[in-house]
Structures are given as structure tokens and as C-alpha cells.
Design a protein around this ligand. Structure first.
Ligand SMILES: Cc1cc2nc3c(=O)[nH]c(=O)nc-3n(C[C@H](O)[C@H](O)[C@H](O)COP(=O)(O)OP(=O)(O)OC[C@H]3O[C@@H](n4cnc5c(N)ncnc54)[C@H](O)[C@@H]3O)c2cc1C
Length: 504
């Protein structure tokens, strides 16, 4: 019998597999739907190449509705390393206040001072490793592009930020910092440091860890309220049962709630509608979908400005606070080095991103078939507090397109169309229609106090109303932190992995 069976080898799952298998007396099985590439030399280029996201070669093919009646792709990594293996490698932490708010919402042990040791343990920060709020010996290497490695449009973004009066911020992960500067990134040259590289590579030699790739987990199996293992579909289509003493779901904010619902854990009426027998009524599963709504200013550049789609897609960031907001650094503006198609007009964009979101979306089953995708309604900008701050951010972003060195590179705006006007009302209409995801969904199996009926798991990731079942990935976040979510997912893996290593 397997001691610990982990579903999903992504940002959190790979970390948990590493930490739990540090105990040589514990047998650990890590099951992943996508492929595994044990050798870097055999790893496909899209997973190595951190200069751009990998959108299709290792993707689930999900679609979602960011705003009503608009459906677009929603990428999620399907490979060992999960979404950390396909992402942009921005290595940003949330604001200390995010984690303090998690703790206030009933997540004991998740305040800033309590999560900081895990953030420090996961990283090897090549620039600021000597600071008390950084680490210099972790599995994930982080560095910032120095000025002489910036693309011309990225360098221009920083000089324009200075001209617009934003302070210089050399370390965006300084807990007290704000302003414009280089992005902390978990890449070395072109190489993306995913959790497959940082955490699985050193752990895969351990005899007590088995990595089983190309295997789809269909559901968790129960005897009464006790999880006993999982039902899987192997690459050849055969269906098999794998028993385990503890099941740890790390399939991410989209697939984890889907697996739970298919297993009978979710809103009872919804499960009954699909003929799924309820194990326990959990109204919180699939609810509370939290993300970063974003909208970009797309710019056609002047003749002579070189746009090369083979260069780093992003290198710099502005973190700042909306006017009148009590949420520090609730906005981001980022220069995106290229946009559109390589053979199309020469474009770059400047992204306005809402980092603290009040609105929530939801995820529902489409059918009881595990190979079907769930329905994802993000419902961006349905809360006026979100729309008004994203409109403000768009106006600040438009100022970048008009000012200094960055403005000088631009021939015309492709979006929003200046001829149609860019007043508050027009921008609000655009946000409500075209806001899209920062690809940071979370919160769909939220952690919290047992007295909250919408909280599915406790502060250690254990299901409140079931036995031998843990959830540990982006889905357990009570709400999205004010940062891209990869480092927070790895931090969750570190904390829950360490807890499980010590026994359960
Ligand atoms: C294109 C893109 C760009 C992004 N850029 C950034 C960035 O620059 N910085 C940042 O901080 N964040 C970024 N993110 C977000 C970040 O990568 C995710 O928040 C994070 O990786 C999620 O971690 P996770 O552990 O919750 O899930 P994942 O890392 O997605 O892992 C889930 C794993 O479970 C597997 N799985 C799912 N269902 C099953 C099943 N039924 N059976 C078996 N296995 C299953 C999946 O294949 C996957 O490997 C990006 C995401 C995407 C998609």
C-alpha cells in the first residue's frame, strides 16, 4: 500500500513529492496526467524556453468566459512541473497583508511572518539572497535582468516610469517596496526553472518516490467518508484502482475542484443533476474563483523599432496603489515586449493588471465524464470596485504610451482605438467586455475555519468533513494574492509538504 499518493506534479505537487519523500520510510507516488521528461537533454524546447509561455504543446485545452458571453482559451500546464513548466517565470510574492488577511479569515499559520520562512526556503535569490526576507539556498533560482540585458522597450518603460514620477524599485519582492524596476524571474538565460527542474530532478533518484506520468486521475475513491485511493485512466485507456493511506490533490485550481465533484464532493444539487452520488455536500467546491483581471494597451511601433518575438516577453514591472485604495500595490503595469503574430504588424503592448480583486467567479461541471472540461465563469469587472480601479490603471497605462522614451517608440495605438475615445465611461465598457485573466485562477477549494460552510479544507490542507484527503495547490488560497501566483503555490507546497513529512 502506498503511504502518500499525490495527484498532479505541478507547482505545489512536485514540491510536496520532494518534501514528503525526504522521509525514506514513506512510499510516495506522484501521478501526473501529462508526460514526464527525466532528462533535461530530452526536454522539449517549449518547456526550456522561458522567453515566452508554452500555450499548446503541454496544455489541457481549457476554455473560459472572462466576461459574459465571451469564450477564450485558458492555458494550464499538463506535464511534470505543471503550469510552472509553461509559464512566464515571473517570481513575485504577494503583499504581506494578503497572507495576514488569509490568517484573519481562519487560516491559522498563514500570516506573513509564518509564510516568510517557506518563501525564503524555496528560493535561491542571486541578487538579494543576503536580505532577511530572502533565501539563498533553495531549489528555485531567481534573478533580475540587469540594465544592460533589457530589451530597448523594457528599458524605455523604466525611464518613462521615472519621468512619470514612479520611484525606482530594485527588488519588487521587498515587502515594503513599490515602484518600477526589473522583475524577479525564475529563469537562467533561456532556461525556465520549473518545479520539475528545481524539486523533482533531485528527488527522482529516491527509491521511495515513484513518478507515474501519462495517467489521468478520474476520481478519488471513498469508503464512507475515508479516502482509500484513486481511480485512474492509463495511457492505453485501461482503468485501474490505486490504493493509498493518504491522497493529496494538487491538480490546480481548475482540475482539483473538478476531480472532487466527480468523486461526490461538491454542491449536492449540482452533483445529483449529473447522477453523481454525493459523499459529502460541499457548497464551496468550485465557488470563490479569484484571479487577476487585466487589459492591455496594444501599440504599433514606429519604423526602425525592432520587435523580435524570440526575445524575452517581459523583464520589468511597476507595482503601485490605486488612487484612494486601502490595498497597497493593488495594481501592476507591465511592458510586454511583443504582441500579435511574428509575421503581422510590429506591435508591443502595455498591460494593466488588477491585483486585488473583490469579485468572484465560479466553476461548474459540464458532465460526469472526467475527460470533459469544466465550465469556468470568471465574471471579471462585475464588481464596480474592480472596474473603477482597472479603469484608473488603464489611464495610467495610456500615460506610459504617450510619455518619454516609450511613447517615442509608438506610431499609433491599436487598442483601445483613440478615435472612439478613452474617457472613464468608454474604458469601463471596455473593461467589462474585454478584461482577461492573468492566468492566476485560485480559491475554488478554499481553506478556512470549519465554521465557514464554504471552507473545504483546514489550515493544513486536510478536508474538514472527510478523512485521509488533503488538498494543496492554488485552489486552497482564500483569495488571489497581489502577485503572480507561482511562488505562492510553491510556498503552499513547502508548508503542507513539510507538515506531511512530519506525519499526519
Ligand atoms: C501561460 C501561463 C503563464 C503564467 N505565468 C506566470 C508567471 O510568470 N508567474 C507566476 O507566478 N505565475 C504564472 N502563472 C500561474 C502559475 O504558473 C500557476 O498559478 C501555478 O503554476 C499553479 O500551480 P498549481 O500547483 O496550483 O497547479 P499546476 O502547476 O497547474 O499543477 C497541476 C498539475 O496537475 C496535473 N493534473 C491536473 N488534473 C489531473 C488529473 N486528473 N490527473 C493527473 N494529473 C492532473 C496537471 O497536469 C498539472 O501538472 C502562469 C500560468 C500560465 C498557464
Amino acid at each position: 500500500m502506498i503511504d502518500v499518493l499525490i495527484v498532479g506534479a505541478g507547482s505545489a505537487g512536485a514540491v510536496i513529492a520532494n518534501r514528503v519523500s525526504e522521509d525514506p520510510n514513506r512510499s510516495v507516488r506522484l501521478i501526473e496526467a501529462g508526460p514526464d521528461y527525466p532528462e533535461l537533454s530530452q526536454t522539449p524546447f517549449d518547456l526550456i524556453n522561458s522567453h515566452n509561455n508554452s500555450y499548446t504543446a503541454h496544455d489541457w485545452g481549457h476554455r473560459y468566459e472572462p466576461t459574459r458571453e465571451r469564450e477564450v482559451i485558458f492555458p494550464r500546464g499538463r506535464v511534470t512541473g505543471g503550469s510552472s513548466a509553461v509559464n512566464t517565470t515571473i517570481a513575485l510574492r504577494g503583499m504581506p497583508e494578503d497572507y495576514d488577511e488569509w490568517a484573519r479569515l481562519g487560516c491559522d499559520g498563514w500570516s506573513w511572518t509564518e509564510v516568510l520562512p517557506a518563501f525564503n526556503r524555496l528560493e535561491r535569490d542571486l541578487d538579494y539572497g543576503d536580505k532577511p526576507y530572502h533565501g539563498d539556498a533553495g531549489p528555485i533560482t531567481i534573478r533580475r535582468y540587469p540594465a544592460d540585458e533589457l530589451e530597448p522597450q523594457q528599458a524605455a518603460f523604466l525611464t518613462t516610469a521615472d519621468q512619470l514620477g514612479y520611484p525606482d524599485c530594485p527588488d519588487a519582492n521587498d515587502p515594503d517596496g513599490w515602484g518600477a524596476g526589473p522583475h524577479p524571474m525564475n529563469k537562467l538565460g533561456r532556461l525556465r526553472i520549473s518545479t520539475a527542474i528545481g524539486y523533482l530532478a533531485p528527488a527522482r533518484l529516491r527509491p521511495n518516490l515513484t513518478i507515474q506520468a501519462d495517467t489521468l486521475v478520474r476520481r478519488v475513491l471513498f469508503q464512507g467518508s475515508r479516502a482509500t485511493g484513486v481511480e485512474v485512466e492509463n495511457a492505453d485507456g485501461s482503468i485501474e484502482t490505486i490504493n493509498a493511506r493518504l491522497v493529496v490533490l494538487c491538480a490546480g485550481a481548475i482540475k482539483t475542484p473538478q476531480i472532487l465533484m466527480l468523486s461526490g464532493i461538491g454542491p449536492k444539487a449540482q452533483l445529483e443533476a449529473f447522477g453523481i452520488e454525493s459523499v459529502t455536500d460541499e457548497p464551496g467546491v468550485g465557488q470563490n474563483l479569484s484571479d487577476h483581471p487585466a487589459l492591455s494597451v496594444v501599440c504599433e511601433v514606429k519604423d526602425g523599432v525592432l520587435i523580435d518575438h524570440d526575445r524575452p516577453i517581459i523583464q520589468t514591472i511597476l507595482r503601485y496603489t490605486a488612487e484612494g485604495s486601502d490595498k497597497r500595490n493593488d495594481l501592476q503595469i507591465e511592458q510586454i515586449s511583443f504582441a500579435g503574430k511574428p509575421n503581422g504588424p510590429a506591435l508591443f503592448s502595455i498591460a494593466a493588471v488588477l491585483e486585488y480583486q473583490y469579485g468572484r467567479g465560479e466553476l461548474r461541471l459540464q458532465s460526469s465524464d472526467p475527460s470533459d472540461h469544466p465550465i469556468i465563469d470568471a465574471r471579471f469587472c462585475e464588481d464596480d470596485r474592480d472596474t473603477s480601479r482597472l479603469v484608473g490603471c488603464m489611464k495610467d497605462t495610456l500615460a506610459f504610451a504617450r510619455t518619454g522614451e516609450l511613447g517615442d517608440m509608438i506610431k499609433t495605438l491599436s487598442f483601445p482605438d483613440p478615435a472612439r475615445g478613452v474617457d472613464d465611461e468608454k474604458l469601463a465598457a471596455l473593461c467589462k467586455k474585454f478584461a482577461g485573466s492573468g492566468y492566476h485562477p485560485c480559491g475554488t477549494v478554499k481553506m478556512g475555519d470549519k465554521t465557514d460552510p464554504m471552507a473545504v479544507v483546514d489550515e493544513n490542507g486536510f478536508a474538514h468533513r472527510l478523512e485521509n484527503l488533503v488538498v494543496a495547490d492554488a485552489s486552497i488560497m482564500p483569495f488571489v494574492p497581489r502577485a503572480n501566483t507561482n511562488l505562492t503555490c510553491i510556498m503552499i507546497g513547502e508548508k503542507i509538504g513539510e507538515r506531511l513529512r512530519r506525519g499526519h
